[in-house]
Structures are given as C-alpha cells and as structure tokens.
Design a protein around this ligand. Structure first.
Ligand code: SF4
Length: 409
C-alpha cells in the first residue's frame, strides 16, 4: 500500500481522538490558489503548547489494526474498516518531511493495539526516540500511552515526548467493563499514577532527566453510555486531583456504520460536549467544584452556560457589589472572566467601579446587568424571577443541534 493511502486511513482513524485539543483554531485554506498556510491538510490538527502557542500537529495512528474490541471504537477488532499500518521508519519520514516543509510543528501519535501492549508501546517509543536522537527533532510530540504497557516503556516515552496521555475512555468503571471489557480502569489509573510520579520526581529534582514537560492528559467519551454530566464532571474532578492532569478532553460519541447494539444509534448533542468543556474550565480555573455546577444527578443545561446556570440557581449571592466583593466572587459573575475580575480589583484601588468601567472592559453587559451593583448602578431586574432571566438570556438552539435531534427522533 502507498504511503499516502496509509496516511489517508490512519489520519482518518485518528480523528476520533480529541485529546490533542485541536479545537479553537480557525481554518485557513489556500483553495483555488497555489498559496500556502492551509490548516486543513490530511492528518493535520491544531493544539496549544503550555505557553499558549497554537501548533499544527501531524495526527495519526501507527496502525488501526487492534486486538481489542471496544464497542464505541471505529478501530475495534470486529469493525469492518480498511486497515493499514505504518512502519516506524514511515512515521519518522512523514514527520520529518512535513516538519521540514513547515506543514507541522509536531506529532500526535496514537495506535491500535497490535500483538501486545508492550510491543505497541515499544513501537511508539522507537518512533519518538528516532525522531529525537537520530534526527534531532525539536518539534512537539504527544504520545498516546498504552495503559497495560510495562511502566519502564511509559517512562521511556516520557523522556522523548512533550505530553503523554492515557485515555480513561468512559466515565465509570461499570461502563468500561461493559463496553471495553479487555480494558481495566485499575490499569488505566496505574498508568496515570506512574506518569504522575515521574512528573513529581522531575518537579522535585530539576536535574532529573526530562519527562513529559507538557504533562499528561486524558479523554472521556460522552454519550456512549448512560452516564450523566454529573458523573462525568465528578470523574474529571477526581482525575484532576489524583493525577494532576493538565486537561480532560471530552469527545462526543460518534456512531459509525454497523455500530454494535451496545452503543447508542445517535450521537449526543454537540452542545453537550461544549457545555462540558465550559464546566471543566470552571473547575480548573475558577475554583468551582463539580457538585456546585451539578448538585443533583442530571446533565448541564444546553440553553445557558454553566456559570450562568450556577448564578441563576444562587441568587442569594447577587446582585454583587463590585466595590466590595472579593476577586474570586467577582469572577463568578456571569459575563466577567478571570482577567476582568483582576482588572476590576486593581481599578478599585484607585477609585470606585462605575457601570462605564464594565462597558470599557467589554464585559457582556446583557449578561452582567442583573447580577451586579456598581457605584452608579443597581439592577432593575434584581428581583426578577430566575426563570424570567433565564428565558431572556438563553441561547438559540444551533442548527447542528436541531439536525442532530431530528436524526435522533
Ligand atoms: S484499544 Fe483503542 S484502538 Fe483498540 S478498540 Fe479499544 S479504543 Fe479502539
């Protein structure tokens, strides 16, 4: 099989993995011209480095052959898809060729499991080692880690990769047992724990060998099982706390032709994945806890964002006097982000905050207005029922969601 045919199959097979954070970058195209800078080439995705740079990555699988039969996965053993496998040398060549042509800044490499977890991991490590040691490749490398692999191989992967990730796969142990019976949450967590220990050792001893400087991440599939968002967020919160993950990525389950009967026929609304990312950001950066965002079983609202939902459910904190409240509470006002909360606190050291200051900071006034008090402003809607406020601020359903609902009906 030609290398380009393999690339077509193995780049397509890799697209279901969301854990390289390819969202957020606008697409650029050189359509109709001989220009350069297109960002939608085969197998190329975008990711963000720890210092905030957006980088293009070659995102591929080493192979989509797999001895496992995870029910939600297009590459499972019983799936009827075209298969391909790169050699170590081919992945190294593709990466260096694309890099030297400035198509990419790095590599995101995952794989189905061939022969055994150790054998597969050895191949992934061999690629990273050859890139670093033979070709002196300085680009970004994200390696997907096979949880059952020998910890020595995972440690070796961390010497060459910037980031490692081990997929938790599903929100509960019961769901993993049912839909991915050859996998074990215990083993997945052992692998995450071994990466965390290595990261801690490196943090404590800066002269220790380099180990995955961009940390570790994971991915959870949403909507392949019946877990609700409360379960998903509390699993994410536990993972952040236990393994110091940089990110949990949420990937809406995507049914494929001839999916087994054990998984749903329709995908969850894309907006659900979006709301989970918003809630995750509130957990990581705003100090929210999962049980504040979803105190009872159920899913996040689709029509309003999780911060607004929390504020509407906690009107006892509002309207908040911006000239008195502490910064963390100001950042909980819908429409005020972390940066503007800090700016407001700095500003009020000089003078009292006025309504015009919020306009100048380009805060979303429609969202903020019912929730704040400023030196010259008190909300007229302060006493309005939360349901009335919610209706006035709800987002219109997006075309995509309507289409998804029609398909699911
Ligand atoms: S081990 Fe990975 S590639 Fe193989 S079936 Fe499971 S999820 Fe898919």
């Amino acid at each position: 099989m030609e290398l380009t045919d393999k690339l077509e199959i193995l780049a397509d097979a890799a697209k279901y993995d969301a854990s390289c954070a390819s969202s957020g970058a606008p697409k650029r195209t050189s359509e109709g011209k001989d220009g350069f800078g297109a960002t939608s080439g085969m197998g190329i995705c975008h990711s963000y480095t720890p210092d905030g740079r957006c980088v293009s990555l070659l995102k591929i699988l080493l192979t989509n052959f797999c001895v496992y039969d995870c029910q939600y996965c297009v590459n499972r053993r019983t799936s009827n898809v075209p298969r391909a496998r790169f050699s170590v040398a081919e992945v190294v060549k593709l990466t260096t060729d694309f890099y030297l042509r400035n198509y990419i800044d790095g590599l995101f490499l995952s794989s189905g499991i061939i022969q055994s977890a150790d054998y597969t991991m050895e191949q992934l490590v061999a690629i990273a080692r050859e890139l670093r040691e033979v070709h002196q490749f300085r680009g970004y490398i994200h390696l997907k880690t096979i949880p059952d692999a020998d910890p020595a191989l995972i440690a070796a992967a961390g010497r060459y990769a910037d980031r490692l990730s081990v997929n938790i796969e599903l929100p509960t142990e019961a769901a993993v047992e049912r839909l991915a019976p050859e996998k074990s949450v215990h083993t997945i967590k052992l692998a995450m724990g071994s990466i965390r220990r290595k990261l801690d050792e490196k943090a404590e001893e800066p002269r220790a060998p380099k180990f995955a400087p961009a940390g570790q991440s994971t991915q959870m599939i949403v909507g392949a099982d019946a877990s609700d968002d409360q379960t998903i967020l509390s699993t994410a919160e536990t993972l952040y706390g236990s393994y110091k993950l940089k990110r949990v990525y949420y990937s809406a389950f995507s049914p494929i032709p001839q999916s087994p009967g054990s998984v749903p026929l329709a995908p969850p609304p894309m907006q659900r994945e979006h709301r989970l990312y918003q809630a995750d950001f509130l957990l990581r950066s705003y100090g929210f806890q999962a049980n504040e965002l979803l105190p009872a079983a159920g899913n996040l609202a689709l029509d309003i964002d999780p911060k607004l939902a929390w504020a509407l459910a906690h009107r006892e904190h509002f309207p908040l006097d911006l000239n008195m409240a502490d910064e963390s509470m100001i950042s909980r006002v819908p429409g005020i982000g972390l940066r503007n909360a800090r700016r407001l606190v700095e500003l009020r050291r000089l003078r009292r905050i006025r309504y015009a200051d919020l306009v100048r900071l380009r805060c979303s006034m429609k969202k903020i207005a019912p929730f704040i008090v400023a030196a010259d402003y008190k909300p007229s809607q302060g006493a309005a029922a939360s349901e009335v406020l919610r209706r006035s601020m709800a987002e219109q359903p997006r075309q995509l969601d309507l289409w998804t609902e029609l398909q699911a009906a």
